[in-house]
Write a protein of this length. Structure first.
Length: 245
C-alpha cells in the first residue's frame, strides 16, 4: 500500500502539522506501507488558470509545466492520500487550496450522478480510493474544524474517494511547546497517531477507540479553554510590552 501525505503548512518540517503527519506515517510504515511526506511549500505550483485544457485539449494533462506534473503522478499512484493542513481563517491554507484546485486533471470532463442524485465529474483514475485528513489549529476547541470536516467530505465525494480517517488537534501550539511537563503528553499523543497510521494500513479505517483517543484533550483539565486563553493573552501582553520598551 502506498500512502502519500501532502502538507500545506508554510512551516513545512517545522510545523505542528508535521508533528502529527510524521507520527502517523511512522505507524503506517511500521505496518508495511510505502510512505511519502510531501511539503507543498517546497514545490512550485501555479494557480489554476481555468483554461480547461486538462479536460478538453489534452485530457488529464494540465497546460502548466510545474511541480504539479510530479505531484499529480504521486496523487494518482497512492492508495491513500493524506491531506495535511493547519486551519487558516477557518479553512485550509492557501497552499493547500491551490494544490486542491490543481487536482482537477484527475477528473474527466463528463458529468454523472452519484448515489444521491448529485452531479459530479466522472473519475479518470482508480486511485486514490481513500483519503485521510490531518489538521491542527490554534484555538483550543474542536469546533474550529467544522469547515474542514465538511470540505473534505465534499472533496472525497467529488474525487470518488472515501474518508477513512480525520485527525484534528486543537491548541496545536502545544505540540511544539518546549515545556518539559508537556513532553510526555505530546509523546503519548504521538503514540496514538502511530497507532492510527498502523490501523489505516491494517484495517483501512480507524477503530472507534483510537478515534476517541485522538480527540481527547492534550491537557486533562475541566477548565482548559479558560486557562489556555488566559495564558495566551498573558503571553501576548508580555511580547507587546517587550516590543514597546
Ligand atoms: C494566517 C493564519 C490564520 C490562522 N487562522 C486560524 C483559525 O481560523 N483558527 C484557528 O484555530 N487557528 C488559526 N491559525 C493558527 C494555526 O492554525 C496554528 O498556528 C497551527 O498550529 C499552525 O500549524 P503549522 O505549525 O503546521 O503551520 C491561523 C494561523 C495563521 C498564520
Amino acid at each position: 500500500m502506498r500512502i502519500t501525505a501532502f502538507n500545506g503548512s508554510p512551516k513545512a518540517e517545522r510545523g505542528n502539522t508535521n508533528v502529527m503527519v510524521e507520527a502517523f506515517l511512522a505507524g503506517a510504515r511500521e505496518a508495511g506501507a510505502e510512505i511519502e511526506n510531501v511539503f507543498l511549500s517546497r514545490k512550485k505550483i501555479g494557480p489554476c488558470k481555468a483554461c480547461n485544457a486538462c479536460w478538453m485539449k489534452t485530457p488529464g494533462r494540465c497546460a502548466q509545466r510545474d511541480d504539479m506534473d510530479e505531484l499529480l503522478e504521486k496523487f494518482a499512484a497512492s492508495d491513500v492520500v493524506v491531506f495535511a493542513t493547519p486551519v487558516y481563517v477557518d479553512n485550509v491554507t492557501g497552499l493547500m487550496k491551490n494544490f486542491m484546485d490543481r487536482l482537477i486533471p484527475i477528473a474527466d470532463a463528463h458529468w454523472e450522478k452519484d448515489e444521491n442524485g448529485e452531479c459530479r465529474h466522472v473519475r479518470r483514475h482508480d486511485k486514490p480510493a481513500k483519503i485521510a485528513v490531518i489538521s491542527n489549529c490554534g484555538f483550543p476547541q474542536q469546533s474550529h474544524f467544522q469547515v474542514l470536516r465538511l470540505l473534505f467530505r465534499r472533496l472525497s465525494r467529488n474525487i470518488h474517494a472515501e474518508v477513512i480517517a480525520e485527525i484534528y488537534r486543537e491548541a496545536g501550539a502545544l505540540l511544539s511547546a518546549p515545556a518539559p511537563d508537556l513532553q510526555s503528553l505530546v509523546s503519548n499523543y504521538r503514540e496514538v497517531l502511530r497507532k492510527a497510521g498502523r490501523e489505516v494500513v491494517e484495517h483501512s479505517r480507524l477503530s472507534a477507540a483510537t478515534a476517541a483517543e485522538l480527540e481527547r484533550p492534550l491537557l486533562p483539565s475541566g477548565n482548559f479553554v479558560d486557562e489556555y486563553m488566559k495564558l495566551v493573552n498573558q503571553r501576548c501582553d508580555d511580547i507587546l510590552k517587550k516590543l514597546d520598551a
